[in-house]
Design a protein around this ligand. Structure first.
Ligand code: B12
Length: 266
């Protein structure tokens, strides 16, 4: 069932030529001012503040101003540093994952599924591993939705099975099989020790093992700290990041799973 893969779009020569080089802006255009925050494992004193400034200078902030320092318990200090960087951003060299499908309204999604798939499209969703952050996946799946958009449950032609949080991968695979899922939507919010990457790879491997080649459901992961360009590396079909909305996901499901109309785009 899975098909569409994503790729970053390298900038075309025309795009490179059309885009200027820019610098950060603080007080005056192009002054290079940025603000960074970090924590050092040292008690808060003058030496700690000097250490923060040394780090800022090594990071290319020159001049660097220490604007905030606060003890975080007896052994750590949190800093905010404001300073000017010499680095520039070449807008023509920026690579992003472009949306390769049109954004559809609710009615268009329902019509496409009903007329071209000719059955309900089944979506199974969960958070996996120890991740208990359900707000993101619920925003995509639940009727309530997010940002003024209703979630996938609102779409008449989608059947949504929301398994909730901390679902073990074998249970997710078993339920996806039982529900005859067309798509499996997984959320990963905690990124400590790259748990989101390890869990996603484990999940993708389990689906590949459990289904005949090319027959597994579409695998979609989402969460605020994913790199959208990592789909192939993670073994999934699509990665959605921060600010993603249900409409984008529904449109993608149509693009990836619903046969194209005869002689036209999806
Ligand atoms: C609410 C919250 C909690 C709640 C969660 C309640 C719940 N039922 O979800 C509670 C209090 C339980 C909690 C616990 C913990 N939390 Co917490 N939590 C948050 C907080 C404040 C908000 C997260 C949130 O709801 N965002 C709103 C939703 C709508 O945004 P979203 O998740 O990004 O989802 C959007 C997109 O990413 C995308 N998306 C997300 N998933 C998916 C899936 C698919 C398929 C698709 C298509 C799209 C998609 O679409 C969504 C809509 O746009 C964040 C900090 C922050 N401000 O982000 C910390 C944060 C995520 N938590 C954190 C931590 C560390 C924890 C704990 C480990 C703390 C502790 N020591 O106990 C525990 C872990 C519990 C566990 N086992 O997972 C850290 C994670 C750090 C990291 N890098 O990993 C954060 C970033 C706070 C911080 N700055 O330290 N947390």
């Amino acid at each position: 069932m899975s098909s569409a893969r994503t790729a970053t779009t390298p900038p075309s020569p025309a795009a490179r030529a059309a885009h200027p080089v820019v610098r950060p802006y603080g007080d005056t255009t192009g002054d290079g001012m940025v603000q960074v925050s970090f924590t050092l494992p040292v008690p808060h004193d003058k030496r700690a503040e000097g250490a923060a400034l040394q780090l800022a200078q090594k990071m290319g902030l020159d001049p660097a101003l220490l604007v905030h320092a606060k003890a975080m318990g007896p052994d750590f200090t949190f800093f905010v540093v404001y300073g000017s960087v010499r680095h520039v951003v070449d807008l023509g060299a920026v690579q992003v994952v472009e949306r390769e499908y049109p954004l559809l309204g609710t009615k268009e999604v329902n019509l496409a599924v009903r007329s071209r798939l000719r059955r309900k499209l089944v979506v199974v969703g969960a958070t996996i591993g120890t991740d208990a952050h359900t707000v993101g996946i619920d925003a995509i799946l639940n009727l309530k939705g997010i940002a003024g958009e209703k979630g996938l449950e609102h779409y008449r032609e989608l059947r949504v099975v929301n398994l909730g949080s901390q679902v073990a991968v074998p249970d997710l695979v078993a339920r996806a099989r039982a529900e005859r899922a067309d798509a499996v939507l997984v959320s990963q919010v905690v990124t400590q020790r790259d748990a989101h990457l390890a869990n996603t790879r484990e999940m993708a491997a389990a689906f590949n093992e459990s289904y005949p080649s090319g027959r597994r459901p579409l695998l979609v992961v989402g969460g605020p700290r994913f790199d959208e360009a990592m789909a192939a590396d993670l073994g999934v079909d699509r990665v959605f990041g921060r600010g993603c909305t249900p409409g984008e996901v529904a449109s993608y499901l149509v693009h990836a799973l619903v046969p194209a109309p005869r002689g036209g785009a999806r």
